[in-house]
Design a protein around this ligand. Structure first.
Ligand code: IVH
Length: 677
């Protein structure tokens, strides 16, 4: 292209940046590297500075403009912004369907429904005149909202100018502004690092970010917008159904939800609900239910409205993931390495689909941050498989007599001293293996599937063995006799035989598993594997110098220090000796120079559901081939293995242009490397 004419160059830059922006923020399909985008933007700003007469309000350089407001103006919605009726079960859905069919006098044919995830964010209205964004407003009470134009302009998935053509002269688009989960975590981590207040959930974070009087603050918040309807419209007509209408909006540059679907009949609505409910936690954003809409606009018109909600739509809500309850007490749990975790005992509450009566309070810093008192009303969150957490305290309901949480000075289990090591958040029981809690946890770890894999030795049985005084250390597991086992409550002949056989089987193991099973602090599976590979034999590892330890991949000064403490401790060495005398054994492995491993130097990420392998096994196999397996995707990631339900990690990989493979491809790769899967 000739750049002789600066006006032509400016127009071409506007066009290019707009397209790239749309590809990146609306379609999630970036086509150019960030550096190229940045260069074009710098050039645009330079041209606009040189020729201010050409500066347009809808230029991508003008997303963050204007001064902080003193207060938000008011906006009257010409077409009121309504709310939705709720359904909580299949019966409510049947009733909804019955009402529809009765009103439409349509008994035979099933109705067609548009199904849309109900994003948990803030409802907004965007007004376009001749394709240019004029005004953004909150829903407010449905009749009047607040003018948040300056703030919505900073959201990259909201077009400042509509794309394509054929759009109405006046077009009011409605939808939800929300914060994706990954953005929420990023924002809260940043706040935590700066010692600032964190947001309780993505919805509050989105609301707080939109309510900023200074648009520069909003611009830094990871907000997105997804559209679901049209309000005011003049000049053109739209398709005659909801789903194609959304597609039309998409063609004009709006983001619409990719999970939306059209189904026939209410049973199919329930199936859709169920399938999304199961995938809820793997979506990259929070949803609190599904909205079902009669797809055909003509039928919608016939059905009309009751008071403030349409008759033609319903929101089927998921069980809430946050509920209020009372904190009855705080108890302290002692973990494998002595870490003391405060646990909230709660008045039982139904949340996230189960009854919860305990929630973690993590550590002392978290208790301080929440400033929680015993007797407080608290908000508990349980999302998916994540352990329930206390996310905030309703301080308005606090009484002056509610006591603060006091941390113990002595271990609640063994009475040993409790200390907080420098630079650590955790308090720790110093009792080591004399502490029954640590004994139990160490034995559970030793017997777990990825360690010595003693089948049938579950948590309950370990607790019983320690409490009855039958076993106090991992070595004593191998001294258990049939007679002693049979003396336990609820232990039958068959279970005892099975357990003894499993113990016998577990003796034949591998060096990495053995190192991992010992539960040395900070030595996880990956580190155990690196150590085994590097030293090749137990003897070489146990006699290694600090310098030699530090040569191992994954081993820094802290891990080296923990290893040193382990090898300097006579009681630890005694346990290893007893295990070996009991017959625990492994073949020494050849030390592989790191470069000869096929995936050496690579970093992999595994996300989503792996149907055949499971994520844990996939990780272990990748590590066995020399790869590092990380939890987050970054520019350093070599490859991402993504299964069904992969969410934000997959999106990030795609945005970065990282290689992504599915489980089948991983299986092929592992087999090619001689791994039996
Ligand atoms: S339609 C007249 N569709 O749910 C129908 N609403 O109580 C108006 N919401 O605050 C809403 N996702 O912001 C509709 N796909 C969706 C939605 C949705 C979320 C929110 C909406 C409103 C609330 C309805």
């Amino acid at each position: 292209m000739s750049v002789a004419d600066p006006l032509q160059e400016l127009e071409s830059l506007l066009e290019k940046l707009d397209t790239w922006n749309h590809q990146y923020y609306v379609l999630d399909q970036p086509t150019v590297p960030d550096s190229e985008y940045d260069r074009a933007m710098q050039r645009l700003v330079a041209l606009e500075t040189e020729h201010p007469q050409w500066l347009r309000a809808d230029s991508p350089s003008q997303r963050v403009g204007g001064q902080p407001l003193i207060q938000f103006g008011q906006v009257t919605h010409d077409v009121p912004m309504l709310s939705l009726d709720n359904a909580f079960n299949d019966q409510d859905m049947q009733n909804f369907n019955r009402r529809l069919l009765d009103r439409l006098a349509q008994f035979a044919a099933p109705l067609e429904f548009a199904c849309e995830p109900k994003l948990d964010g803030i409802a907004v209205s965007l007004l376009y005149r001749d394709g240019v964004l004029q005004r953004g407003a909150t829903r407010g009470d449905g009749a009047t909202g607040e003018d948040i134009t300056q703030n919505v302009r900073t959201i990259r998935s909201i077009p400042l100018r509509l794309r394509g053509n054929g759009y109405p002269e006046v077009l009011e688009v409605r939808g939800e502004i929300y914060m994706p989960k990954a953005g929420f975590d990023w924002l809260n981590n940043k706040a935590r690092q700066r010692g600032e207040k964190v947001f309780v959930n993505p919805r509050n974070a989105a609301a707080g970010s939109l309510r900023q009087l200074d648009p520069r603050v909003t611009a830094e918040r990871p907000l997105e917008m997804c559209c679901y309807s049209v309000g005011l419209m003049e000049g053109e007509s739209l398709p005659d159904r909801q789903a194609p209408m959304l597609e039309r909006l998409q063609s004009w540059g709006f983001r619409i939800n990719s999970e939306s679907a059209v189904v026939q009949g209410i049973d199919a609505c329930n199936d859709y609900y169920q399938s999304l409910f199961e995938r809820r936690d793997s979506l990259p954003y929070d949803i609190d239910g599904i909205v079902f809409k009669v797809n055909e606009f003509k039928l919608q018109e016939q059905l009309g409205f009751v008071s403030r909600a349409p008759r033609w739509a319903i929101a089927r809500k998921f069980p809430a993931q946050e509920e209020m309850t009372r904190l009855l007490d705080v108890e302290f749990q002692v973990g494998r390495t002595g870490v003391i975790t405060p646990v909230a005992r709660l008045e039982p509450v139904f949340v996230g689909g189960v009854t919860v009566s305990n929630a973690t309070l993590h550590n002392r810093d978290e208790v301080d941050r929440l400033d929680v008192r015993i007797g407080d009303t608290v908000i508990v969150r349980r999302a998916g498989d994540v352990i329930p957490q206390v996310v905030s305290v309703v301080t308005e309901q606090r009484l002056p007599r509610f006591p603060r949480v006091t941390f113990p000075k002595h271990c609640p289990i063994c009475q040993s001293a409790v200390e907080r090591e420098e630079g650590e958040a955790a308090l720790r029981c110093m009792g080591g293996l004399i502490c029954a809690a640590q004994q139990k946890a160490a034995i559970k770890h030793f017997a777990s599937r990825r360690a010595l894999n003693v089948e049938g030795l579950g948590d309950k049985l370990v607790e019983q063995l320690v409490e009855e005084g039958l076993v106090a250390s991992v070595a004593e597991l191998y001294t258990l006799s049939e007679e002693r086992l049979l003396s336990l409550d609820r232990m039958g002949q068959k279970s005892a035989d099975n357990l003894l056989a499993a113990l016998q089987d577990s003796k034949q193991t591998t060096l990495p598993r053995f190192i991992f099973a010992l539960g040395i602090r900070e030595v996880g599976e990956a580190t155990a594997l690196s150590l085994a590979r590097h030293f090749g034999s137990w003897a070489a590892l146990a006699t290694a110098s600090d310098r030699q330890l530090l040569e191992v991949d994954d081993v820094g000064p802290i891990v080296a220090d923990h290893l040193r403490q382990f090898f300097d401790s006579l009681s630890s060495l005694e346990v290893v000796k007893l295990l070996c005398e009991a017959g625990v054994n492994w073949p020494d492995i050849e030390c592989l120079p790191p470069q000869s491993q096929p995936l050496a130097g690579q970093t992999w990420v595994v996300t989503g559901k792996l149907e055949m392998l499971g994520r844990d096994d996939a990780k272990a196999h990748l590590q066995a081939l020399g790869a590092k397996v990380a939890g987050t995707v970054s520019v350093k990631t070599t490859c991402v293995v993504a299964g069904p339900g992969a969410g934000s990690k997959l999106a990030k990989a795609e945005a970065l242009g990282t290689e992504v493979i599915d489980e089948q491809a991983l299986l092929a790769l592992l087999r090619a490397e001689g791994i039996k899967v």
